[in-house]
Design a protein around this ligand. Structure first.
Ligand code: ATP
Ligand code: ATP
Ligand code: MG
Ligand code: MG
Length: 871
C-alpha cells in the first residue's frame, strides 16, 4: 500500500463539523489486502508482534465482535494508536472508497498537525513492512514513538498558556496561534485580545520593566511601606564588604539583578568566602549583583490577577524524604520516577537534577549522596524552591492572612501589573508579615500558573478564569458576526453586495473574494482568496467588525473552513462545475461539500438557503441553526410552508424584492431600481440580491439600510469586475462576464434574451474542465447567440492548442449544423475583431480569461462621457 496524497484539515469539514483537526490520506491499497481473511491475519500479527494495545482500541472491539474490517481501517486505527502511545489522546477516524479501484480516503484525528501526519505515514509504513516482511522491527516502532513525542513537545503550548486556552475554550471564545513569540489571539476581529504565556495585551510595559528590575521594585515598595529585604546593588567584588555591612551582616542572599528561575542565586550565605563565590556565580547571570539580608522562612508565590488575589502556593525546594533504607542517591531516583515529573516546564513537576548547589546544600545539612536518612527525615537538594529545579508546590490559598491578601493586592497595583506573581518569604503565611518578619522578595511579571493549576499537594485553582474575566470584562463579546457565502455561481457578487450592505451600517467590514481580501474600501491582498487562510486574515484583523467570506469548494476540501462556526451560512446554488477533481464526482458530492457552510452555522444563526434549488433546500435537514429561504417564486411550496410556520424568507414578488416574515411582507425595493439586476432583467442577480438582503436582515440590518445599499451598488467594472459588467460604447453595448460553466452561461442567457439587436458571443472556458462540459457550453452558446467567436485561454491548463475550441465547435454543430462561427484562438485578437465589426444596436458578450485585460480593451474604445461612474 502507499499514500498518494496527504492533507491536513483545520476547521469544520465534510467529514465532521466538530472535529476540526483531521489528517486525510488518499491511500492506495495496491491489490494488497482486498480479502477479509488477509486483513484479519495482518491485524492478528500486528497485535501479537508490534502493537498489543491495538486490541483495546475501537478496532479491537469491532474484531472481537466479529465485525468485518477493511485494510483502510487498520491504517486509521494504527495511526490513532501510535499518537495515543506518544501522549496524544485521539479517537476519531473514518474512511470511504473513491471511484478508483482499491483507493480509499482515510481520515484520522490529530492533536498536533505534524504528529498526525507522521502517524499516518508511520501506520502505512508499519502495515507495508508487515505485509512484505512479516515484521516491523522493534527499533523502528521505538523511533516512531520518540519522534512522535518530540513532535508533540515541540508543538504543545506551555502549561500556563494551555490553562488560559482551556478556559477560553470552555467559554466558546475562539483562539488563533499567531505563530510568533508564542503569542495567541483570543477572540476575533475588533474584539480580539492577546496573550503571551501570562502576559496580556493589558500588561503595562512600565509594570513589566519595573518588575524585571528587582532593586527598583524593592525601592518603590519600601517607599510605600511594604516590607522588603534590606539590600544594595554592586558590580564589583571590591564593594562586597561594605555591602554586607550595609544590609546588617550575615546571613545574606546574593542574586543577579535581573535573573529568574532561581539562576545564580545563593541563599543563607554565612561567610565572606562563600559570599565571594556567590558573587561570582551571580555575575554569570548579570553584571550587577544584589546583596540582600536573608530572611529565614518558607517561600510562597501569591498570584494577583486584575487587583484580586486568586491563589497562593507554598513552594518547597527539591527534596527527598528518607525511608530508613535507601541512600539519598537512590531516593532521588525513586522520586524522579513519579510520572508527573518531566523535563523543564513540560510536566506538572520537574525532575530533580543534581548540581554544585545540591552538594553544598547537602553538605550544610551534614549529608552526602550515600547517606541513608532516617524514615521521615527531609533532605533538601536545593536552597530555592523553583518548580523548574525540582521543587514542589502546596496550595495555601485558603490559609493566607487577610492582611497579607490586602498587601499583595496593593503591591500588584503599586508595581502596575495586571497579572503579578509575588514572592513572599515568611515563617507563617497565616500571620501578618509584620508579625513574622516576613518580606516580599520580588514581584514577577508573566508568572507561571503551573503551581496553582496543578499543585503537588492541595486544591488545584483555576487561575485562568480571572484572566479571561479580566480580558472579556462583564461578558464582553469575543466574536464578530461571520457571514460565509458558498455556491457554484454568484459567490463573489453576493459577497461584495453583502459587504456593501453591512458597510452602510457604519461598521468596518472585512471580506474575501476571488479577487482579493478587503478591509472596508481597501484592498489588503490581491488573489484568489476564498480559502481558510484568507478568512483568518480577516478574523485576525483588529479593525474588522463584520466578516463576509466567500467560501469556495477548494478551501473546504483542502483544509476545512477557516473559522469554527458562522452566524450566517449562505448556499446560493449547487451546479455542475469542477466535477472529477478532489474526489468530488457528482453534484451530490458537491452539495455535500458545500453543506459544510450551512452545517457550521451556530444555533443562534441562520442558514440562508436557495429554495429554488433542490440540492440546496435539502440542506435544511440536520442543521443546528435556523433556516431562512430565498426564492424567485413567492408561491414556492418550501417557502410557503416555512413562512406559514412563522419562518423567514426573501422572495421576488410583483416586481419587488421582499422579506416574508411569517404572514407579513416587507418590501425592500423594486427590482427595476436595483442597478445590479440591469433594470430587473437579470434573474440571477435578483437571486443574489435576495440572498444578500436576507443575510443582512437576519443580522438585524434595517430594511431602509438594505434598500439604500441595493440602490447604490452598481455592477460596474470597478465594484464587481467580471460580473455582468455592461459597457455602453455608443453604437453598441458590450457585456463582460466571468461565466465559465453551464449554469453561468444559462444565467447570462436570461439577460441576453431580452436584447433586441444582434447578439455576438466571444466564448471560451478554462481547460481544466471535462470534455463534455465544453461541448455543453458550445450547445448553450448556439442557443443564445446569433454569431460566435471561439477563443482559448493563454493558460490552457494542460490542454493542447485548439483542443478546447474543437469541443466548443462540436457542441455548436450539435445544436445547429448551420450556425455561423469563427475560431480565433487568441483572446485579445478575438475581442478586437468582434469590436471592430459590431453592428449598430448589437450586444457583444465576452467570457474572458483575464477580466482586467478585457476591461482595458473595452474601456479604451469607450467614449469618455459614457464611462460608468461609481456610486
Ligand atoms: P523566580 O523566577 O522563581 O521567582 P528568581 O530567580 O527571580 O526566582 P527570587 O524570587 O528573587 O529569584 O529568589 C528566589 C527564591 O530565593 C525566593 O523565592 C526565596 O525563596 C529565596 N529568596 C530570595 N531572596 C531572599 C531573601 N532575601 N531572604 C530569604 N529568601 C530569599
Ligand atoms: P468563482 O467560483 O469563479 O469564484 P463565483 O461563485 O464567485 O465564481 P461570481 O464571480 O459572482 O461567482 O459570478 C460568476 C458568474 O456566474 C457571473 O458572472 C454570472 O455569469 C454567474 N452568476 C452569478 N450569480 C449567479 C447565480 N445566482 N446563478 C447562476 N449564475 C450566476
Ligand atoms: Mg522569584
Ligand atoms: Mg468568486
Amino acid at each position: 500500500m502507499k499514500i498518494l496524497k496527504i492533507q491536513t484539515l483545520r476547521g469544520p469539514n465534510r467529514w465532521s463539523i466538530d472535529r476540526h483537526k483531521l489528517v486525510v490520506i488518499r491511500l492506495d491499497l495496491e491489490d494488497a489486502l482486498v480479502y477479509r481473511e488477509d486483513v484479519l491475519e495482518l491485524y492478528d500479527n500486528i497485535c501479537a508482534d508490534v502493537l498489543p494495545s491495538l486490541k483495546d482500541s475501537a478496532l479491537g472491539r469491532s474484531v472481537a465482535e466479529g465485525e468485518n474490517i477493511v485494510a483502510a481501517e487498520l491504517v486509521q486505527h494504527i495511526a490513532l494508536e501510535l499518537q495515543r502511545l506518544a501522549g496524544m489522546p485521539v479517537e476519531y477516524s473514518n474512511h470511504r472508497p473513491t471511484v478508483e479501484r482499491n483507493v480509499f480516503l482515510v481520515v484520522l484525528e490529530y492533536v498536533h498537525e505534524l504528529a498526525g501526519r507522521y502517524a499516518a505515514r508511520a501506520a502505512v509504513r508499519l502495515c507495508q513492512s508487515m505485509i512484505e516482511d512479516g515484521v516491523y522491527p522493534d527499533e523502528e516502532l521505538k523511533q516512531d514513538l520518540v519522534d512522535l513525542t518530540d513532535l508533540r513537545l515541540d508543538a504543545q503550548l506551555g502549561p500556563s498558556t494551555e490553562s488560559i486556552v482551556a478556559e477560553a475554550r470552555a467559554r466558546n471564545i475562539p483562539y488563533i496561534e499567531l505563530g510568533t513569540r508564542a503569542m495567541l489571539q483570543l477572540g476575533f476581529g475588533v474584539h480580539q485580545k492577546r496573550i503571551q504565556a501570562t502576559l496580556s495585551n493589558r500588561s503595562s510595559l512600565l509594570g513589566v520593566e519595573l518588575a524585571c528590575d528587582k532593586e527598583g521594585t524593592k525601592r518603590i515598595l519600601r517607599d510605600s511601606g511594604v516590607p522588603v529585604p534590606r539590600g544594595t546593588v554592586i558590580s564589583s567584588i571590591k564593594y562586597l564588604d561594605d555591602a554586607i555591612a550595609d544590609v546588617g551582616g550575615f546571613p545574606i542572599v546574593v542574586k543577579p539583578l535581573n535573573g529568574n528561575h532561581g539562576r545564580g542565586i545563593s541563599i543563607d550565605v554565612r561567610t565572606y568566602i562563600a559570599a565571594e563565590d556567590a558573587f561570582d556565580l551571580a555575575q554569570e547571570v548579570s553584571n550587577e549583583v544584589i546583596i540582600e539580608r536573608y530572611h529565614p522562612g518558607r517561600d510562597h508565590r501569591v498570584l494577583v490577577v486584575n487587583s484580586k488575589l486568586v491563589a497562593v502556593s507554598e513552594r518547597v525546594p527539591a527534596h527527598v524524604i528518607g525511608d530508613g533504607k535507601a541512600t539519598i542517591a537512590e531516593l532521588i531516583e525513586i522520586t524522579n520516577q513519579d510520572s508527573r515529573r518531566g523535563e523543564g516546564h513540560d510536566n506538572v513537576l520537574t525532575k530533580i537534577e543534581l548540581n554544585s548547589t545540591s552538594y553544598d546544600v547537602l553538605q550544610r545539612q551534614g549529608y552526602d549522596l550515600d547517606t541513608i536518612p532516617k524514615a521521615g527525615q527531609t533532605c533538601y537538594l536545593r536552597a530555592t524552591a523553583n518548580l523548574s529545579t525540582g521543587g514542589i508546590a502546596v496550595d495555601r490559598t485558603d490559609d493566607i492572612h487577610p492582611e497579607n491578601v490586602w498587601l499583595a493586592q496593593r503591591v500588584a497595583q503599586i508595581v502596575g501589573l495586571d497579572i503579578a506573581g509575588i514572592d513572599i518569604v515568611t515563617s507563617d503565611i497565616t500571620q501578618p508579615l509584620r508579625a513574622t518578619d516576613g518580606v516580599i522578595v520580588e514581584v514577577n511579571a508573566a508568572p507561571g500558573f503551573r503551581m496553582h493549576t496543578s499543585p503537588s499537594i492541595g486544591i488545584p485553582r483555576n487561575v485562568a478564569e480571572p484572566v479571561i474575566d479580566m480580558l472579556f470584562a462583564n461578558g464582553a463579546p469575543a466574536r464578530i458576526p461571520i457571514i460565509s457565502i458558498t455556491g457554484t455561481n454568484g459567490k463573489t457578487t453576493t459577497t461584495r453586495l453583502t459587504a456593501h450592505i453591512f458597510k452602510q451600517t457604519q461598521q468596518t467590514v472585512g471580506y474575501t473574494t476571488t479577487d482579493g481580501i478587503y478591509v472596508g474600501d481597501w484592498l489588503v491582498e490581491k488573489g484568489d482568496t476564498t480559502g481558510p487562510y484568507s478568512a483568518q486574515v480577516i478574523l485576525r484583523d483588529p479593525t474588522v467588525e463584520v466578516a463576509v467570506l466567500e467560501t469556495a469548494r477548494g478551501g473546504i476540501l483542502r483544509s476545512g473552513l477557516g473559522f469554527d462556526g458562522c452566524d450566517v451560512g449562505m448556499v446560493l446554488n449547487v451546479q455542475a462545475d469542477h466535477l472529477g477533481i478532489g474526489d468530488i464526482e457528482t453534484v451530490e458530492d458537491l452539495a455535500d461539500l458545500k453543506s459544510v457552510v450551512a452545517k457550521a452555522v451556530v444555533p443562534s444563526g441562520y442558514a440562508v438557503l436557495n429554495a429554488d434549488d433542490p440540492l440546496v433546500s435539502a440542506m435544511a435537514k440536520d442543521l443546528r441553526a435556523q433556516v431562512a429561504y430565498f426564492s424567485m417564486d413567492p408561491e414556492n411550496p418550501i417557502v410557503k410552508e416555512h413562512t406559514e410556520q412563522g419562518g423567514l424568507a426573501a422572495v421576488y414578488e410583483n416586481g419587488y424584492l421582499s422579506i416574508l416574515k411569517g404572514d407579513w411582507t416587507l418590501r425592500i425595493e423594486q427590482a427595476v431600481n436595483v442597478p445590479i439586476t440591469l433594470g430587473g432583467r437579470t434573474p440571477f442577480m435578483i437571486q443574489n440580491a435576495l440572498a444578500a438582503s436576507l443575510a443582512a436582515f437576519v443580522q438585524g440590518v434595517q430594511i431602509e439600510v438594505i434598500r439604500d445599499a441595493l440602490n447604490s451598488f452598481v455592477a460596474s467594472a470597478k465594484q464587481t469586475p467580471g460580473r455582468m459588467n455592461l459597457f455602453n460604447l455608443g453604437r453598441f453595448h458590450v457585456l463582460l462576464d466571468y461565466a465559465h460553466n453551464p449554469a453561468g452561461y444559462k444565467a447570462i442567457a436570461d439577460f441576453i434574451n431580452t436584447w433586441n439587436g444582434d447578439r455576438i458571443g466571444v466564448i471560451g472556458a478554462p481547460g481544466d474542465r471535462r470534455d463534455e462540459d465544453f461541448v455543453e457550453l458550445g450547445k448553450l452558446s448556439a442557443e443564445m447567440f446569433d454569431r460566435i467567436l471561439i477563443k482559448e485561454d493563454n493558460d490552457r491548463r494542460g490542454r493542447n492548442e485548439g483542443e478546447v475550441a474543437a469541443l466548443f465547435e462540436q457542441g455548436i454543430k450539435e445544436t445547429n449544423p448551420k450556425f455561423t462561427y469563427e475560431v480565433t484562438l487568441d483572446e485579445v485578437e478575438a475581442l478586437n475583431s468582434a469590436l471592430d465589426r459590431a453592428a449598430d444596436g448589437s450586444l457583444i458578450v465576452i467570457f474572458p480569461e483575464k477580466v482586467e485585460r478585457a476591461i482595458e480593451i473595452i474601456e479604451s474604445r469607450q467614449p469618455p462621457e459614457l464611462r460608468q461612474s461609481d456610486e
